[in-house]
Design a protein around this ligand. Structure first.
Ligand code: NOJ
Ligand code: NOJ
Length: 404
């Protein structure tokens, strides 16, 4: 993961989605992948045990910050909704599904956490210069992102899989989280009107998000009001539901503890268990999950529709969070969820290259790694799953009364 941040051949601060440069070319900076990765880097920085490790992560965070501000100031086709920048830092002008309005929200979520810690440590000047000042037009990254999100969440945009334009559960969940976190930060930094405005928009989003739940079909529908893009996602089932619950977690609202999320999760796992050969061939592991059942994308061509590493790891993380939650009320159930989480991880482990490296996809019949190699997001997903497991183990030990 670290090797994919400011790699040689790319501008400083670029987080490439993968080192692979062709078939497919992922040697570019995706706002979403980069933000998810840098949020993990922020936690590594907090957890660092040595000065040199701390300095390394701090350097990466700063480079990301300077680069992100340049992204915001660049002339692009869709402004802050632009999903990708070239490795040299220039805007990407090729045809693409744009805008993708989860990006600015994800970047705000990552950087607000950093800003809060820096403020706790008295670094007001760095925060007000780079991260948040109430000044308008926005001159800081978080402020610009929050202004964009709060004024554009009602616009249709492309989903995280970059294929459908419409209103998406995933995008809305991260937008809501960014606005709620942003409201808190604005309050702390003496920007009360903005704080209220962001909170109000988050509230408006909540009523829209609730519409994704269909009681009749007993599932959360990933996209409503499709306007363009692929039109064959008939089931409406999508791993982005658990990704949205995880990345958009703020309180219990549509979190992994929400029964509507759990019901959709179960339905999805059942579906994926039926459609991929590898799930039948190796039933001893957790079910390998794809993006959505009707998927065809194989990295370059549309003859695929494979399970993905990052979605299967999201399933593991979901289970670990449920395990931690149940530890307080039902130890047996907690242990069951923990084992279920481990099975999803073992699935990924089984299909990984011998050195542990992880490509984007798992070929659905052979089980070999396929599509972009060393996908950055995969490694950040390994870490967030591992941290969730640390947490659930701790809670389970506590519940057992073990002296740890
Ligand atoms: C590349 C995107 O990354 C992928 O998600 C999508 O399926 C294809 N382009 C087609 O739009
Ligand atoms: C395709 C995925 O669908 C999308 O979510 C991701 O941002 C890009 N690949 C880059 O990793």
């Amino acid at each position: 993961m670290a090797e994919n941040i400011s790699p040689s051949g790319a501008a400083t601060g670029v987080v490439v989605a993968s080192p692979q440069k062709e078939n497919p070319n992922y040697f570019r900076h995706w706002i979403r992948d980069a933000a998810l990765t840098m949020e993990v880097v922020f936690h590594l920085w907090l957890r660092a045990e040595s000065q040199s490790e701390k300095a390394l992560w701090e350097q990466k965070l700063k480079e990301y910050i300077y680069f992100s501000r340049q992204n915001q100031l660049a002339q692009t086709i869709t402004g802050l909704g632009e999903p990708i920048f070239e490795a040299d830092g220039k805007p990407f002008w090729g045809p693409w599904g744009r805008p993708q309005n989860d990006g600015p929200a994800q970047r705000a979520i990552a950087l607000i956490q950093l800003a809060e810690v820096l403020l706790d440590r008295g670094q007001h000047e760095f925060v007000s210069t780079w991260l948040y000042s109430g000044h308008l037009p926005a001159s800081t990254i978080i402020k610009a992102d929050l202004e964009y999100v709060s004024h554009h969440w009602q616009d249709a945009s492309f989903d995280l899989w970059e294929e459908v334009k419409g209103d998406h559960f995933y995008t809305r969940m991260v937008q809501r989280k960014a606005l709620l976190m942003g409201s808190r930060l604005a309050h702390r930094l003496n920007d009360p009107q903005a704080s209220q405005w962001y909170a109000k928009q988050a509230q408006n989003l909540e009523s829209k998000i609730s519409q994704h739940w269909s009681r009749k079909q007993s599932q959360i529908h990933i996209t409503l009001n499709r306007v363009e893009g692929i039109d064959y996602k008939d089931s409406g089932l999508d791993s982005a539901v658990i990704l949205g619950a995880l990345h958009g977690e703020f309180g219990s609202f549509f979190s992994v503890y929400d029964e509507r999320v759990q019901t959709t999760f179960d339905k999805m796992v059942r579906k994926f268990s039926e459609i991929y050969e590898v799930n039948k061939k190796y039933p001893q592991f957790g079910v390998a999950l794809g993006r959505y059942p009707e998927d065809k994308y194989a990295g370059t061509h549309f003859n695929g529709g494979n399970p993905w590493v990052l979605t299967t790891l999201a399933a593991a993380e979901t289970c670990y969070k449920l395990a931690a939650n149940y530890s307080k009320i039902n130890l047996t159930r907690a242990q069951k969820w923990q084992r279920r989480g481990d099975q999803f991880v073992q699935r990924v482990q089984f299909h990984a290259y011998p050195d542990g490296s992880l490509s984007e996809q798992i070929q659905k019949e052979t089980g070999f790694m396929t599509s972009a190699r060393d996908l950055t997001w995969n490694y950040s997903a390994v870490l967030t799953a591992a941290w969730a497991r640390q947490q659930s183990s701790l809670q389970i030990q506590k519940a057992k009364g073990d002296p740890q």
